[in-house]
Design a protein around this ligand. Sequence first.
Ligand code: SF4
Length: 121
Amino acid sequence: MEKILIVGCKRAMDNVCIGCSRCIVGFNKKDGEFDRYKDQDSELIGLLNCGDCPGAAIVTRLAQVNLWNKPMGEKITKVHIAACIIDHCPYRETIIEKIKKKAGVEVIEGTHPYKPENIFA
Ligand code: SF4
């Protein structure tokens, strides 16, 4: 069973991508980078924001998520970096590098594929 944590941009999660529904729907439908779980059991364990610019608290926040889930016996097996970080964060390289260095599980860059190409077309 894969247990998935999504890491996203705090500002996007708070103000832009309200409800994080595209990541959740993408996971439920196994679309985008979640298609790798089509033939296996998987659960979404959480949606963690980076802690705000410049993402200095990300490693601490990962540790907190792990601690928070311990009493339930949950252990994250995969981390997905959300589209909001990959496409828009000026600190993304540092943040992703930090996560990859400390997570101890596979870190996958990407989540949902639902990016509108044209606003007015
Ligand atoms: S550090 Fe990047 S991912 Fe985090 S809030 Fe700022 S822009 Fe968003």
